[in-house]
Design a protein around this ligand. Structure first.
Ligand SMILES: NC(=O)c1ccc[n+]([C@@H]2O[C@H](COP(=O)([O-])OP(=O)(O)OC[C@H]3O[C@@H](n4cnc5c(N)ncnc54)[C@H](O)[C@@H]3O)[C@@H](O)[C@H]2O)c1
Ligand SMILES: CC(C)[C@H](C(=O)O)[C@@H](O)C(=O)O
Ligand SMILES: [Mg+2]
Length: 461
């Protein structure tokens, strides 16, 4: 820990914590200091805010600089210095002798490769994490554990206790995917997916962040028209440990009269905590939040709507807020995607809408996600599944998992600069024209490992 200090403004610092969930993203710290006093201000990762703060600082008006948006916490301890700041500083002509104090980090990363293409894509992400560790002098200790179908085959349980224990002791978890036709028998005692739901619940990972980010290089890979998708940048907050996924279920009767049920339940605190996180994230982006529900039909949605409205009115009156019904949202997403900034929704709606939203960037193979709770390790995974149709062929796109590993570095380890390096490497690989089959849409393509090689090449530069 330490920071550079000149007169007027210093920039720096990092206290590496776990799950920097506060704003749904890594925080950037600006430190305003002179010889006698040091004041801290926290910012999210919004480029706009940082730029404004730096402009103010350039005018040597440190106190105004500390609160470009009127929200300053002078008491909060510094958390993360995002390496991104360096580029803003360079761009505005500041120069500091040591902006970032490079302190190596030790972290235990649990790998849960799972089923289907899971092991193939996690292997590439592991290589990337290893390359980052060696470039920055970090020590990442990896251990691989069972989940899903492979765990059922090995020990009859989709989430063995040993896996849970390893996850709880880790700094962060990287998961591939679970499931496949082998375990699809509806009368089977358990399923691979039960392991995934259980680990989310066990670790209290109630917030699933699913960024829908367009890569300029891939705009023509999307089945949607360029003019519709260009400029799209949406951050979904999917509630992950409640709703219909975790409601009581069962069957009644038998034969021709048999019925089945699954309850959808949401409580006030469950809605409050996810809406608060999403609203905080909105403040650091375009300051707009959309809540998606089915309040015209479902009672839990009516509760969701009223609780969300109250949280927004009482705590976030400055955030532009609207509500959209989920069926309508499915249509708006492909008709006017750039109108949305942050979207918050329940477990099932978030699952469905984000698979749909993956067609904006062009492929499920490009979408990472972070599942976070109130402390403890976060779990990072691509949003896609085990892709049984291409498993074992070496053609799966590893980029979603590689991008998930960048989210892991940023959110769980506070390594913003390292995360950005990976994201930039992915952009460069796409700019070089490399495409896996899902992105090539019939054109020339490379395999999973070759795509990993291409990312590694850019990390080495
Ligand atoms: N988080 C998870 O572990 C997770 C998520 C979704 C589905 N699943 C499970 O995966 C299994 C298969 O489900 P599905 O077929 O409906 O969805 P899927 O996401 O596995 O596949 C949907 C389609 O997208 C393609 N695809 C997905 N990821 C890709 C990648 N990285 N590169 C290239 N193409 C890719 C697949 O080939 C397939 O055509 C099911 O058992 C399901 O329960 C698991
Ligand atoms: C496999 C399944 C349990 C999972 C979900 O529905 O949450 C998946 O679709 C996802 O999006 O992570
Ligand atoms: Mg899904």
């Amino acid at each position: 820990m330490g920071f550079a200090m000149e007169t007027g403004i210093g920039v720096g610092i990092s206290e590496r914590g776990r799950n920097q969930i506060g704003d749904g993203s890594a925080n950037i710290m600006l430190v305003f200091a002179d010889k006698k006093t040091t004041r801290w201000a926290t910012f999210g990762n919004s480029a706009k805010m940082v730029r404004r703060a730096l402009q103010n600082a350039q005018n040597r008006d440190a106190s105004r600089s500390a609160s470009p948006d009127g929200r300053v916490d002078l008491h909060q301890k510094p958390r993360v210095l995002a390496g991104e700041l360096l580029s803003y500083i360079q761009c505005f002509g500041f120069s500091f002798p040591s902006v970032r104090e490079a302190s190596p980090l030790k972290a235990k990363i649990v790998l849960l490769p799972g089923d289907g293409i899971g092991p193939e894509i996690v292997a590439q992400a592991q290589r990337v994490l290893e390359a980052v560790a060696s470039r920055f002098g970090h020590e990442f200790e990896f251990s691989s554990h069972l989940i899903g179908g492979i765990a059922i085959d090995t020990c009859g349980d989709p989430l063995p206790d040993e896996t849970v224990a390893a996850c709880k002791e880790s700094s962060a978890i990287l998961l591939g995917a679970v499931g496949g036709p082998k375990w699809d028998d509806p009368s089977a005692k358990t399923r691979p997916e039960a392991g995934l739901l259980k680990i989310r619940k066990e670790l209290g990972l109630f917030a699933n962040l699913r960024p829908i980010r367009l890569f300029d290089q891939l705009i023509d890979a999307s089945p949607l028209k360029r003019e519709i998708i260009e400029g799209t940048d949406i951050l979904f907050f999917r509630e992950l440990t409640g709703g219909i996924y975790f409601g009581e279920s069962g069957r009644e009767g038998s034969g021709d009269t048999e019925s089945a049920y699954q309850k959808m339940i949401y409580s006030v605190p469950e809605v409050q905590r996810i809406v608060r996180l999403a609203a905080k994230a909105a403040r650091n982006r375009e300051n707009r939040l959309t809540s998606v529900d089915k309040a015209n039909v479902l009672e839990p949605s009516r509760l969701w709507r009223s609780v969300a409205a109250k949280v927004m009115a009482d705590e976030f009156p400055d955030v532009e807020y609207d509500v959209v019904l989920v069926d309508s949202m499915a249509m708006h997403l492909i008709n006017r995607p750039k109108d949305f900034d942050v979207v918050v929704t329940g477990n099932m709606f978030g699952d469905i809408l984000t698979d749909e939203a993956s067609m904006l960037p062009g492929s499920l193979g490009m979408l990472p996600s972070a599942s976070l709770g109130d402390g403890g390790p976060g779990l990072y995974e691509p949003i896609h599944g085990s892709a049984p149709d291409i498993a074992g062929k070496g053609i799966a796109n590893p980029l979603a998992t590689i991008l998930a590993s960048a989210m892991l570095l940023r959110h769980s380890l506070g390594l913003g600069e390292e995360a950005e390096l990976i994201e930039t490497a992915v952009e460069s690989v796409l700019a070089d024209g490399h495409r896996t089959a899902d992105l090539a849409r019939g054109g020339a393509s490379i395999g999973t490992e070759a795509m990993g090689d291409a990312v590694m090449k850019h990390l080495a530069n």
